[in-house]
Ligand binder design. Structure first.
Ligand code: PGA
Length: 239
């Protein structure tokens, strides 16, 4: 597929001093398919320099929700994408499929493109429950959503995130094909992009980029070093 997406997820990393150097290097990219998701307070540094995503939003437009950020507020600043359902949100902040669904609805209503993360834990994988878990996550998260046009799916096995362990390419391709089958049943004739995430680095990107079912990558740790991230972009986007 042309137009593969490359999404950087900084999580709660980097600080104000790091950003000038980072931006200096990253602003050379000039590719609308490269999306940076900085820690929220640093988003203004990136606006108008790259495509920007927010790592999390709340499920309402405004109100007394101390510490939260709404999709409407993010959009009004120039953010175009939002990550929803990341396993760290599901695990550390106990986000349920129901909350994830509400966040998706509110984000779509505010014209944000949603990057919906799904993935099985090691325990679920060992119990041979991967397909069941992915199916549940997809069906529940997309409940009452009429169109998948503004949604991107990121398949991120939880056991591959930040561990340096990557599934073999044949299992990535078969799992992503399975995800596509589920999505096709829910949304016939879609052209949804399905990305892979979990320990993507400059060392494994050449191999991972050969998997034809994969329409792009969500990159955590390796996106913190601008030189490494640029190499990943170069392999995927030929830039
Ligand atoms: P990682 O993180 O690349 O550091 O494994 C990926 C992610 O959590 O999106």
């Amino acid at each position: 597929m042309k137009d593969k997406l490359i999404i950087a997820n900084h999580k709660m990393n980097l600080n104000a001093d790091d950003l000038n150097k980072y931006l200096d290097k990253i602003s050379k990219i000039n590719n609308k398919n490269v999306i940076i998701c900085p820690t929220s307070i640093y988003i203004p540094y990136f606006i108008n320099k790259t495509q920007v995503g927010i790592q999390n939003v709340y499920c309402y437009s405004k109100g007394s929700y101390t510490g939260e950020i709404s999709p409407m507020q993010a959009k009004s600043l120039g953010v175009n994408y939002v990550i929803v359902g990341h396993s760290e949100r599901r695990c550390y902040f106990e986000e349920s499929d129901i909350l994830i669904n509400k966040k998706i609805v509110e984000s779509l209503n505010n014209n944000l493109k949603v990057i919906l993360c799904i993935g099985e834990t090691l325990e679920q994988k060992n119990m041979l429950k991967t397909d069941q878990v992915l199916k549940r996550q997809i069906i529940n998260s997309l409940n009452n959503i009429n169109s998948i046009d503004n949604i991107i799916i990121a398949y991120e096995p939880v056991w591959a995130i930040g561990t340096g362990i990557v599934p073999d390419t044949s299992s990535i391709s078969s799992t992503i094909s399975y995800i596509r089958t589920i999505i096709d049943k829910l949304f016939p004739n879609n052209s949804v992009k399905i990305l892979y995430g979990g320990s993507v680095t400059e060392k494994n990107i050449v191999e991972l980029n050969k998997i034809k079912e994969v329409n792009g990558f969500l990159v955590g740790g390796a996106s913190l070093n601008p030189d490494e991230f640029l190499k990943i972009v170069e392999v995927v986007a030929g830039q």
